[in-house]
Design a protein around this ligand. Structure first.
Ligand code: UT7
Length: 326
């Protein structure tokens, strides 16, 4: 059976840094509280005019350069985002135009923080079924534009950024071994951005009620996330007959260091086999896994032949994993 393979990676984060100490001047919080409860020290903020497609463009260029490809070589662009440029057209179409990728079909995937891993399962399916030969998959988010800067329970958590990969048919035995995607709409109220859609179209009332900002029941989400991710990572290895000791690197969604440590502990993985960068970027939602993957590749934390697992959890609820032989 044909396999799909990630042939290159790229990422981009905006220049502006917002530290925990900066946040102390905005809301009633402290560097200690944020770092102890989350592991975050700082995050990046998009410039006022920078959009999800702008960040996606920079990450995509880096991934295309790393693969030695031109935008015209792409036949599909998938963008995972919950903070699109607009409700429509898709951010993927806007990115297609910016890149000049005239031969590519383009659409968005919305699975909140799991979006990139969901998108990877889409890319894998298109490649395996020979419906596409070269897919650009991007996770890009500008959560800073949807944060309530008076709500300390959310505004300290999120950051902006983008990560991209190029996916092609695999040669040899390296490539994506399996992807796993799950959802449970029962918990849709745990993380949401309720305003602006057909349920709460823009209105004075909806603005007044702050429906255009992200809402999260953090502590409830935390408990479900830990339980779900512990099972997810164990199941992903079991389904492929791989032992935790064979896993070279776990690349988790970067939401909370305590969640990441609990997941690693369940696998018996030492933290030097877990990639983390949330200290620098906070939770960048669908961009977090591809930014981490790109940093891991560029710092040679991943070598050819390594088993690598990606996992994510987010609004929906959604959760997803991918096992890769690099
Ligand atoms: O990426 C998608 C998935 N998202 C996640 O996985 C996020 C999951 N949740 C979390 O990461 C954690 O639940 C948080 C970091 C959001 C919160 O940590 P927590 O340990 O669950 O804290 P909590 O919500 O139970 O709040 C504890 C206390 C509360 O005060 P009281 O009621 O005990 O007096 C909060 O009001 O901490 C207070 N608090 C803060 N204090 C200082 C909440 N936010 C802050 C803040 N600074 N920024």
């Amino acid at each position: 059976m044909l396999r799909a393979r990630i042939v290159s990676t790229g990422s981009y984060v905006p220049e502006k840094i917002l530290t925990n100490h900066d946040l102390e001047k905005i809301v009633d919080t402290s560097d200690e509280w944020i770092f102890e409860r989350t592991g975050i020290r700082q995050r990046r903020m998009a410039a006022p005019k920078q959009t999800a497609s702008d960040l996606a463009y920079e990450a995509s260029k880096a991934a295309l350069d790393a693969a030695g490809l031109k935008p015209s070589n792409l036949d599909l662009i998938v963008v995972a985002t919950s903070t699109p440029d607009m409700l429509f057209p898709s951010t993927a179409c806007i990115l297609q135009e910016k890149l000049g990728a005239k031969n590519a079909a383009a659409f968005d995937v919305n699975a909140a923080c799991s979006g990139f891993v969901y998108g990877l399962s889409v890319a894998e399916a298109y490649i395996k079924s020979s419906l596409a030969e070269r897919v650009l998959l991007v996770g890009s988010e500008v959560f800073s534009k949807f944060l309530d800067w008076e709500d300390r329970t959310t505004c300290v958590l999120f950051g902006d950024g983008a990560g991209a990969v190029v996916v092609e048919p695999a040669k040899g035995d390296s490539g994506i071994i399996s992807t796993h995607i799950y959802s449970d709409g029962k918990h849709q109220d745990l993380i949401m951005l309720p305003g602006g859609g057909s349920k709460y179209p823009p209105s004075e009332e909806s603005l007044k009620k702050k429906r255009h900002y992200i809402k999260m029941k953090g502590n409830e989400t935390f408990k479900v996330a830990v339980k779900t991710l512990e099972k997810l990572v164990v199941d992903t290895l079991k389904k492929n007959n791989i032992k935790p000791s064979q896993l070279a690197l776990l690349i988790p969604h970067q939401a909370n260091m305590r969640i990441i440590k609990a997941t690693a502990k369940r696998l018996g993985l030492p933290m030097d086999r877990v990639f983390t960068n949330l200290e620098k970027y906070g939770n960048t939602s669908a961009a977090s896994v591809p930014i981490a993957l790109d940093e891991a590749v560029r710092t040679q934390r991943i070598k050819k032949g390594d088993y690598v697992m990606l996992e994510a959890f987010g609004g929906g609820l959604t959760w997803a994993s991918a096992l890769i032989k690099w």
